[in-house]
Design a protein around this ligand. Sequence first.
Ligand SMILES: [Zn+2]
Length: 108
Amino acid sequence: MSLDLPRTEPRPDHPATDEVRRRLEHARITRLAQLKALDDAGPGPDDPLTSHQKEAIQRALKEIDDAVARLDRGTYGICQGCAKPVPPERLEILPHTRHCVTCQRRAA
Ligand SMILES: [Zn+2]
């Protein structure tokens, strides 16, 4: 059995990739459950509030997919506004965010 040197050591200033993947996966499962709950209990697909909520959840799911893609590319956790690392505390609360607090405020 020949093993190459492991290349998966977590970088000290970033949460381990596996941990981030778990968080994103959890966020995805939560959103999918919310969508299903709306389908099951909502007044119907034509209700404006329901469709508005569904759009918001689908947008979040897209953000989560994008975050997984950034994780694969190695650009996860880098602010897309100022190219600085997003603080880990923020990524813990919003694992799919693409901006630091400053740039988020500027965009909002
Ligand atoms: Zn920024």
